[in-house]
Design a protein around this ligand. Structure first.
Ligand code: NAD
Length: 733
């Protein structure tokens, strides 16, 4: 036996303890070597007559995060090269066998004839939880950090290590499907109540409990390998099954619009697998897994939502020469909607916050928002009263700028008015230390322009939050012309400390995210003006993969704010820079009908008390012409809504606003929910192929006008057959 990733020791009672503890890594993951060694552990336990059974535990703070996704990416590359060398059939056979190694080693453990138990503390997700599921007994620590789950769906994959089969045999089918579709992390008591684990115990006791189960003669036969096993929901082909499967199909469609092959594969894998004995069921699962691993959706989602997001979170764009900074005390000026949210997330991350507004009452109102947010958490059982007291004690309210003196970073979120901002900049700079960084949360005013009123433009940076601040995970960091590395590094360190994902962009009107969102909203408004039924527009948005349709999103942003931005753009850039029909539509809604959006419960939608929102019937009356719904090309509506955003993203690259495609992709998904299955606004183009995308956009341009014009940089790329990621890699080399 040759173990480097596990330690195997046997106690006086003949119970082995396999401690998974990979050298030189903070977290255990499945690699080829780990799979091989796990097989050796099983062999050793079986071979030694003195060993009754085995407990698997982790030697790290967490159990394990699951499979190494870069290993899965490597499998895909191996497939491509084998296909070129020896043909598709041979490549596929190899790929299938390689991609089910985890399944086979888990099944070997499950059927080895000796009882295995998992004692789990900390994170145990994906392949790691599939290992636990293949053990005959599972004990979780009752620690608040302990979580189990199968989150694969979130990166376009599905649990291919037996997860779909074991979960579907442990729980009612409806619950199992929900768990697999959602991919949520599950807390210990919940996992026990769901029937996923057997026992919850103190961290110090969990191994003893697992050993006690073995010592008491725990069975080495999984429930589904018992001859009389019956699945919790009964047979698929039964009256009960017919109550489950037709609605399950409908729910799948409603939730995914058929955009996520992995979700469909989960459904099929559970449906087919439940009709088979375990070994064949696992083979079916493996076939789906091998198929899903090779989909472009999985490739795109793994790249953006796992790899790139991880890299950005770890400071991929941080200037390397600036020593790490620590923001202990942050000042927030303007305790309105945004400032209150910024104060909360900062205090929640353990920082001292000085919250300043024009009056103490206004500042207190901002602090009350933090009170409300923690109270909501307490009501959901996710926080304690003591947490609220401690968090609120970290927020000091004031109307006196002098109180900002000791801050490491000051963020302003006052009215979106250059004069007000200039005044605030001067007042803050008069009291802060020379090294303190000043950040503006402006959403529309260029940072370079604002920094002109600053006496220390190198210390001036944009930190653009999205609303609501406590929910939205993206923060755009904007470099003005004179922003220095120290300011950028501090902004990045701060965003990391509040556990959000940063993207760094160069200064331009609308920065990155709002430009793309603006294009999405405009396209929806234009469709309405064309006479397309509002419900069709909204459905096209959702079916294209956006979280909400463009009209609904306008209501969330506020219709009057959208109008204000259109008017400001017209005033600053001239009449040609806006769409007059859009302006007229928004003006009618705001000034004619008093429809401001969700905030006054009427916008494109009505928001009746205690009932779901519904499209305002008056919208049809605003359409000068009407299109016969049967004559609408629905596929084209969906394309328009995504292509118009992707083109805007491509323009930001051409203009040098975005310099790293990872940021555009991560930013587009986290910032405005760009169809996640595409991997983001630039991956949408890359995976379609730049030439195919250009042809599509040019077709739309011919029909719908110059907003679909392809920018030079993308035309060049298509002519070369290039990709955004390929170009970025070439530039970096
Ligand atoms: P808001 O009107 O809710 O809050 C502004 C606050 O600033 C008010 O409490 C006001 O009393 C205070 N204020 C004004 N002048 C001040 C001064 N001289 N000193 C101290 N406080 C002062 O506005 P908001 O929606 O929170 O927006 C604030 C900033 O954030 C704007 O620049 C806006 O563009 C930006 N932003 C807003 C959103 C959004 O969705 N609302 C999103 C991103 C960025």
């Amino acid at each position: 036996m040759n173990l480097t990733n596990f330690r195997l020791e046997t106690d006086a009672d003949g119970i082995a303890l396999a401690t998974w503890d990979m050298p030189g890594r903070s977290m255990n993951v499945f690699t080829d070597a780990v799979m091989d060694e796990l097989g050796q552990v099983v062999d050793a336990v079986v071979a030694d007559e003195g060993i009754k059974g085995c407990v698997i535990v982790s030697g790290k703070e967490n159990f394990s995060g699951g499979a190494d996704l870069t290993m899965l990416q490597g499998l895909g590359r191996a497939y491509e090269s084998l296909k070129a060398e020896r043909g598709e059939e041979e490549a596929m056979r190899h790929f299938f066998e390689e991609s089910r190694k985890l399944t086979l080693v888990f099944r070997k453990l499950e059927t080895c004839g000796k009882p295995f138990a998992a004692a789990v503390h900390g994170i145990c997700l994906g392949g790691a939880f599939e290992l636990a599921l293949s053990c005959h007994y599972r004990v979780l620590s009752d620690d608040p950090k302990t979580r189990v789950g199968l989150p694969e769906i979130k990166v376009g994959l599905f649990p291919g290590g037996g997860g779909t089969q074991r979960v579907a045999r442990l729980m009612q089918t409806g619950d199992a499907l929900q768990m697999l579709f959602k991919g949520e992390q599950i807390r210990p008591m919940m996992a026990r109540n769901m029937g996923l684990v057997h026992e919850v115990a103190g961290r110090d006791e969990m191994v003893a409990k697992a050993k006690a189960w073995i010592a008491a003669g725990g069975s080495a036969v999984a429930p589904w390998d018992q001859p009389k096993f019956k699945a919790p929901s009964g047979k698929v082909y039964s009256p009960a099954g017919m109550m489950i499967w037709p609605p399950a199909n409908a729910i799948y469609r409603r939730e995914t619009h058929d955009n996520y092959p992995a979700a469909k594969a989960i459904l099929a894998s559970v449906y087919e697998g439940l009709q088979l004995p375990m070994d064949q069921a696992l083979r079916v699962e493996s076939r789906y897994f091998a198929h899903i691993l090779r989909t472009k959706e999985a490739a795109a989602m793994i790249r953006t939502l796992f790899l790139s997001m991880g890299e950005l979170n770890k400071g991929a764009r941080r200037p390397k020469d600036v020593p790490a900074t620590k923001v202990s005390r942050v000042g927030v000026v303007g305790a309105g909607f945004m400032g209150a949210g910024v104060a909360y997330v900062s205090a929640n991350a353990g920082m001292e916050v000085v919250l300043v507004d024009q009056s103490l009452e206004a500042a207190e109102k901002g602090k009350a928002y933090a009170h409300k947010l923690v109270t909501d958490q307490i009501n959901k059982g996710r926080a304690k009263t003591a947490d609220r007291d401690a968090l609120l004690a970290r927020i000091t309210t004031s109307a006196d700028y002098a109180d900002l003196g000791a801050c490491d970073l000051v963020i302003e979120a006052v009215f979106e008015d250059p004069k007000v901002k200039a005044e605030v900049i001067a007042k803050v700079e008069a009291v802060i230390r020379p090294e303190t960084i000043f950040a503006s949360n402006t959403s529309t005013l260029p940072i370079t322009g604002l920094a002109k009123t600053s006496a220390r433009p190198e210390q001036f940076v944009g930190i653009h939050f999205f609303s609501p601040v406590e929910k939205m995970m993206l923060v755009e960091i904007i470099k003005g012309d004179r922003t220095g590395d120290a300011a950028l590094a501090t902004a990045l360190d701060y965003v990391r400390a509040i556990k959000k994902t940063p993207i760094v962009v160069n200064d331009a009107r609308g920065f990155f995210a709002n430009r793309c969102v603006g294009a999405y909203l405009l396209e929806g408004h234009k469709m309405l003006n064309e006479g397309i039924p509002a419900a069709m527009i909204e459905n096209a948005g959702r079916q294209a993969g956006m979280p909400v349709g463009p009209l609904s999103l306008t209501d969330e942003v506020a219709v009057d704010l959208a109008l204000k931005i259109v008017k400001a753009t017209e005033a600053q850039l001239g009449a040609e820079s806006i769409d007059p029909a859009q302006k007229a539509l928004l003006t009618t809604l705001v000034e004619g009908e008093g429809r401001l959006g969700r905030k006054n419960k009427k916008g494109f939608y009505d928001y009746p008390e205690g009932a779901p929102k519904r499209l305002w019937p008056g919208l049809a009356g605003l359409q000068a012409t009407k299109v016969d719904p049967d004559a609408v090309d629905f596929t084209e509506l969906k394309q328009r809504l995504l292509v118009v955003q992707a083109l805007e993203a491509a323009r930001t690259v051409g203009e040098g606003v975005v310099t790293d495609p990872r940021e555009a992709d991560v930013g587009s998904i986290l910032g405005f929910g760009f169809a996640p299955f595409t991997g983001g606004a630039l991956s949408y183009i890359d995976f379609m192929g730049s030439q195919a995308f250009v042809a599509l956009a040019q077709g739309l341009e011919a029909k719908h006008g110059p907003r679909f014009a392809v920018p030079e940089n993308l035309l060049d790329m298509a002519a070369r057959g290039g990709t955004f990621y390929g170009d970025a890699a070439r530039k970096a080399a």
